[in-house]
Design a protein around this ligand. Sequence first.
Ligand SMILES: *[C@@H]1O[C@H](CO)[C@@H](O)[C@H](O)[C@H]1NC(C)=O
Ligand SMILES: *[C@@H]1O[C@H](CO)[C@@H](O)[C@H](O)[C@H]1NC(C)=O
Ligand SMILES: *[C@@H]1O[C@H](CO)[C@@H](O)[C@H](O)[C@H]1NC(C)=O
Ligand SMILES: *[C@@H]1O[C@H](CO)[C@@H](O)[C@H](O)[C@H]1NC(C)=O
Ligand SMILES: *[C@@H]1O[C@H](CO)[C@@H](O)[C@H](O)[C@H]1NC(C)=O
Ligand SMILES: *[C@@H]1O[C@H](CO)[C@@H](O)[C@H](O)[C@H]1NC(C)=O
Ligand SMILES: *[C@@H]1O[C@H](CO)[C@@H](O)[C@H](O)[C@H]1NC(C)=O
Length: 738
Amino acid sequence: TQDHGANLYLVNPSLNLTFQHPRSREIKFYPSFFFSEKLLVLTVATEETDGFRRFMQSANYFNYTVKVLGMGEAWKGGDVGRSIGGGQKVKLLKKAMEDLADQEDLVVLSVDSYDLIFAGGPEEILRKFQQANHKVLFAAEGLIWPDKRLSDKYPSVRSGKRYLNSGGIIGYAPYINRIVSQWNLHDNDDDQLFYTKIYLDPLQRETLNMTLDHKCQIFQNLNGAVDEVLLKFGTGRVRVRNTAYDSLPVVVHGNGNTKMYLNYLGNYVPNAWNYEHGCSHCDDDVVDLSQLKVSYPNVLVGVFIEQPTPFLPEFFQRLLTLDYPKDKLKIFVHNNEVYHEKHIQRFWEENRNVFSSFKVVGPEENLSQGEARNMGMDLCRKDATCDYYFSIDSDVMLTNRQTVKLLIEQNRKIIGPLVTRHSKLWSNFWGALSLDGYYARSEDYVDIVQRKRVGVWNIPYMAHVYLVKGSVLRNELKERNYFVLEKLDPDMALCRNAREMGVFMYITNRHDFGRLISTANYNISHYNNDLWQIFENPVDWKEKYIHQNYTRIFTENFLEQPCPDVFWFPVFSVKACDEIVEEMEHYGSWSGGKHEDKRISGGYETVPTDDIHMKQIGFDKEWLHFIREFISPVTLKVFSGYYTKGYAIMNFVVKYTPERQAYLRPHHDSSTFTINIALNNKDTDFQGGGCRFHRYNCSIESPRKGWSFMHPGRLTHLHEGLPTTNGTRYIAVSFIDP
Ligand SMILES: *[C@@H]1O[C@H](CO)[C@@H](O)[C@H](O)[C@H]1NC(C)=O
Ligand SMILES: *[C@@H]1O[C@H](CO)[C@@H](O)[C@H](O)[C@H]1NC(C)=O
Ligand SMILES: *[C@@H]1O[C@H](CO)[C@@H](O)[C@H](O)[C@H]1NC(C)=O
Ligand SMILES: *[C@@H]1O[C@H](CO)[C@@H](O)[C@H](O)[C@H]1NC(C)=O
Ligand SMILES: *[C@@H]1O[C@H](CO)[C@@H](O)[C@H](O)[C@H]1NC(C)=O
Ligand SMILES: *[C@@H]1O[C@H](CO)[C@@H](O)[C@H](O)[C@H]1NC(C)=O
Ligand SMILES: *[C@@H]1O[C@H](CO)[C@@H](O)[C@H](O)[C@H]1NC(C)=O
């Protein structure tokens, strides 16, 4: 190992110089030639886990000299997260200390690494160790482990943590050596018990000059102390503050089941993110796909349609428009809904040759969600050429075409793009877990969702959409059953498994990636069900059904006035027109244009049309909402000063055809103003048609599909429907503010 950094900054205790200001945090009044001690960090790590990398990142940031013991060896120390064990760590330390035993000036810091970060530098540790005025200092915690019966043997403390924790030990090399050289147990015996027994022996405690870091000056164990700890943002660096002892611990240890809390702290400490500079590791180790010499990595896309989902054809279109070579994409679809088979069939027929492969497992397989997700993931795991597994649920609308590339470039084992429910705080990750493993809000959750803090965040749970490296599926996550665990939801099962394997999960909000749509209240008993989604998924509704040039009405005055006070503007997309017509024809009960009409009050219509009311297909609430959202703003623009209530009783689709009703005689409407939206195309779908306003002798004979007329209903605008001479013409009409 290199020996740089924290060598020379402390008073040598053998010179017998004591601090004149023991409470002072500064040591700069001492001449530097006295500072002759060195700090060596020893840690045991058998694998380069994500936690280990984070540890090393923080150690390198502060220029610690770190010696790693046991790397590559098989771990035989037991599952220390759950039971006793860890003896292998002492054995390795004992061996390492043999060579260091005679270095009197060497201070050794022995720490865990998978669940630990440095929040301060070596100078600070040495200074605080010096202030503690002992030869050996152990970390302390408030909970006793592993043998509660030893409690009485501990010296009592007036304030501070009473019990020893072996995750952090600092001391002079000869003394540490005298402790660990006593080890003669097995690899799976408990290291903490070993140290505890030595410490609790009054004679050894005195001769080895040992004490505990009762007030977390150096070591912060988080177990049982999460409530004592806060992030402290400073310029450049972020620390943790222990509010119980008003200390700034240097070594932060996520012992026990506080790993997730450490992960949260590690998103900031020591320099991962702060208010001034934002994210400082986001561009570390990234893969630059534009510099790729060989071809793009192979990605298996697992698509999960587990419930009826609005806008599924649009979902598939977005897959198609992802900016990624399609011959590098294999698609696996699990569809649990008979309702969606037609959508998948259509997509497949149109795009069967676009992707490298396309496999669908349908509802007839009767797979549980967990089984289906296991199957998708396993397809990538078993295929050595599968570089990434990209899992996406049908309720994720990826609006960012670069998503797959951006995730690959971020180069993490598991990473999801942040997607949120429109204008809600609902998203695809949790910042913290409750004790029973469900959602808990982390302090930073809202800021991350709203992108006030931007970065790549280590989080305990994510779902809906994520990318996993194929290599990880063949190593750390090589079992085949991660989505099925106890009674957990499949994604919760996956996340718990990943956490237990020490694989970090990240969410990135560095870009806008897209949104989550709502699948709640999705009624699939209509013919075109998405039309009804105007309340539940307004953004997707607008994107699908509102004309592309609609907003230009307001920005560029994109509308026409073909006759006096008759305004003409784009409002519906082609899809909206087609689906409304389909919906009506599917319903099929056209009124026949008779004067007697049970649907209206009075039961008599003087100028009847052959029509179906919106109410008859259960679309009246949605239609009125459409009027309020999309027609009212136009009204205000063209009839300025008139604020419409957006209220209408008569909302209907009219069908003109030479065989039934071809035209409508001159009449007024019972409205303040009327809208009349053309639902199909002249010349392709019908001939003739149009509208004539008598007062101005003005006709509009070429209606445009998706465009609406808006004109006053009474007095000035006597009008007639011109004859449709061939084919069928459809219009949607509302008499607004009757
Ligand atoms: C670590 O060392 C580098 C190079 O010597 C130096 O630039 C940097 O400031 C040091 N970091 C700290 C936190 O002292
Ligand atoms: C422990 O060592 C310090 C010097 O490092 C000394 O001042 C102190 O008296 C010692 N304490 C005991 C109990 O021996
Ligand atoms: C589908 O699976 C469930 C649970 O495994 C079972 O209860 C049900 O009977 C199965 N249905 C069919 C049609 O096989
Ligand atoms: C779904 O739509 C149908 C047809 O309009 C209607 O009869 C039914 O009540 C609706 N179901 C729900 C739960 O709203
Ligand atoms: C929107 O307007 C532009 C011209 O201004 C036109 O090219 C485009 O086709 C229009 N979009 C639709 C959907 O009609
Ligand atoms: C109406 O306009 C047409 C041409 O657009 C013209 O031939 C006709 O004479 C006009 N009628 C009246 C009453 O002005
Ligand atoms: C009516 O339309 C059909 C098909 O759209 C076409 O074949 C026919 O020639 C048209 N008839 C007239 C009289 O234009």
